[in-house]
Design a protein around this ligand. Structure first.
Ligand SMILES: [Zn+2]
Length: 527
């Protein structure tokens, strides 16, 4: 494998995107996906400066078992005139427990004087002191040189001095940041080459997309000798976003032959990009390179018959390399392979079951056409698979006779919902009601109330997250609502999905799936 660092900053810089709001649980879920993808480093946030990020690092230590990635804590150099060892924000970086600390530092003389309001000499001292202190605490240190390219243009000597100060104090990597995103590839390439010449630094690159060149600039930096590349999944980030890490990595690996990710992990790229989009609740961009739904879609007619003869004539790579699929063509290879893989994880050997795999795949495709997505709803996918493999009746824990929910408000009081659910479970017909501050909440209470006599195991389940997306009308149908629900048993959590024209109906489907999966997971027999 190449020793180039693949450094993801979705959880820190990506989370700066307008309208994107991540809870600590969301961040943990994304970190899990990033690890599955095989990135080297996951920047988790800024502990100390942001309470959510402090909590993220605490919970990550308990709840995440990373197989590939190393967590990095992000923070700034110490305050001017102070002492790194006594600076509470620097101390918080050590306390986060992260073995890598990425320090942001000024390298632009104008920013030192006008934004930081200190002297050029003191800024260098801040870099030296903070890097040395973190090194003495046993941390690996990467330094993000903020506004580097703009600073280099104004005062090259000073920008280089900042890099040298970091390296001489023990920083392992200095990432040159195009913070304002205004660079072009030829310029990035020249500057990286010059900095490599003038210092002994290992260089990294951090690009924003304001000129539409974030990916190209990152590639240019690597061509010029940078060996650490930063970016975000789906190019999330403020303004026009950061470099899309999956595009950069796919380019470097598939076009330039660098071994960054194991091929099997790169084949998860499309799945992971979409799974993360479900967590962020930002609709995926269909024309996204490599992983977009349209990335290998061909218009019917002229191309279609030629593609059947030789797909390579009309596409720049085999879409399976990034887990995508060519559309308009019967090419179910990628889909079948991933179903087989998932089956294996669940203990089913489906390798010789071509017919079964095709049946499951066509079911998945049919549901996806209707608005389902299984990238984020792992539990619903597992139930679908189990129903096909083990037979329909195996997980029929209860029959729903009917459900209804009403919501009313009186005067100035908050609206309240009340649900009634009628089920047959454990041989008995049960009618139960539940209240809640919303219809889904009320239905959840009523459903579990009705089932607990037969299945007391459900008592500890809790609905912990609920996400709604309205899907555009397509193919002559009306718009539909997709609901993803996250259910927890106190130890782990799982996602289920429902799709319907009516938001409450979609939620009900996802609730029923969530409860059913809870029983399957706990190994409860049908009673
Ligand atoms: Zn940035």
């Amino acid at each position: 494998m190449s020793d180039l660092h693949v450094y993801d900053t979705t959880l820190r810089d990506g989370a700066q995107q307008e309208g994107l709001n991540l809870s600590v649980s969301d961040k943990l879920a994304i970190a899990g996906h990033l690890d599955e993808l095989g990135v080297g480093y996951i920047e988790g946030g800024w502990p100390g400066a942001n309470p959510k990020d402090t909590e993220f690092f605490q919970r990550a230590a308990q709840e995440l078992s990373l197989r590939n990635a190393t967590l990095a804590a992000f923070g700034a150099t110490r305050r001017a005139g102070g002492n790194a060892a006594d600076d509470p924000l620097v101390r918080a970086l050590v306390d986060s427990g992260a073995s890598v600390v990425t320090l942001v530092a000024k390298s632009h003389a104008g920013h030192v004087e006008r934004a930081l309001r200190t002297t050029l000499a003191e800024n260098l001292e801040m870099i030296r002191d903070t890097v040395s202190f973190l090194r003495s605490e046993g941390r690996r240190v990467f330094l993000d040189a903020e506004h580097f390219f703009d600073g280099y243009a104004v005062n090259r000597a000073y920008a280089l001095e900042a890099v040298r100060a970091a390296v001489e104090s023990g920083a392992e990597v200095v990432a040159l940041c195009d913070t304002n995103g205004g660079m072009l590839p030829s310029r990035v390439s020249d500057v990286v080459a010059d900095v490599l010449d003038a210092t002994s630094a290992r260089l990294g690159i951090h690009c924003h997309n304001d000129t539409g060149c974030a990916v190209a600039n990152s590639m240019a930096a690597v061509d010029a000798g940078a060996t650490h590349v930063q970016g975000t999944i789906n190019g999330y980030g403020e303004r026009t976003g950061n470099a899309d890490l999956l595009t950069v990595v796919s380019n470097l690996q598939l076009k330039q032959g660098l071994d960054l990710l194991e091929p099997a992990r790169l084949r998860e790229a499309t799945h992971i990009a979409h799974a993360i989009a479900e967590v962020t609740n930002v609709p995926p961009y269909s024309r996204q390179p490599y992983v977009g739904a349209s990335a290998f879609a061909h218009k019917a007619g002229l191309h279609a018959s030629a593609i059947k003869v030789d797909p390579d004539l009309y596409q720049h790579i085999d879409p399976m390399l990034v887990g995508n699929d060519m559309r308009m063509l019967v090419s179910d290879m990628a889909g079948r392979a991933s179903i087989e893989l998932k089956g294996k994880e669940l203990g089913f050997d489906l390798s010789g079951e071509a017919e079964l795999l095709s049946r499951i795949l066509s079911k998945v495709k049919d549901l996806e056409l209707r608005g389902y997505t299984f990238d984020a709803a792992d539990a619903s996918f597992e139930l679908l698979l189990r129903r096909e493999v083990e037979g329909d009746g195996v997980h029929d824990y209860f029959d729903v006779e009917s459900w209804r929910v009403i919501t009313d408000a009186r005067g100035e009081e908050n609206a309240l919902s009340e649900a009634t659910v009628k089920v047959v479970a454990g041989g008995n017909r049960v009618v139960a009601t539940g209240e809640g501050n919303g219809p889904v909440n009320a239905l959840d209470h009523a459903l579990r109330q009705a089932l607990v006599p037969a299945y007391p195991e459900l008592d500890k389940l809790e609905l912990i997250d609920f996400r709604v997306r309205i899907l555009d009308a397509a193919h002559g149908t009306d718009a539909v609502t997709r609901v993803l629900i996250e259910t927890s048993d106190g130890q782990t959590s799982w996602e289920t999905i429902g799709v319907a024209g009516n938001i409450v109906e979609a939620s009900w489907q996802a609730l029923v799936e969530g409860v059913t999966y809870g029983l399957v997971r706990a190994g409860v027999p049908v009673r």
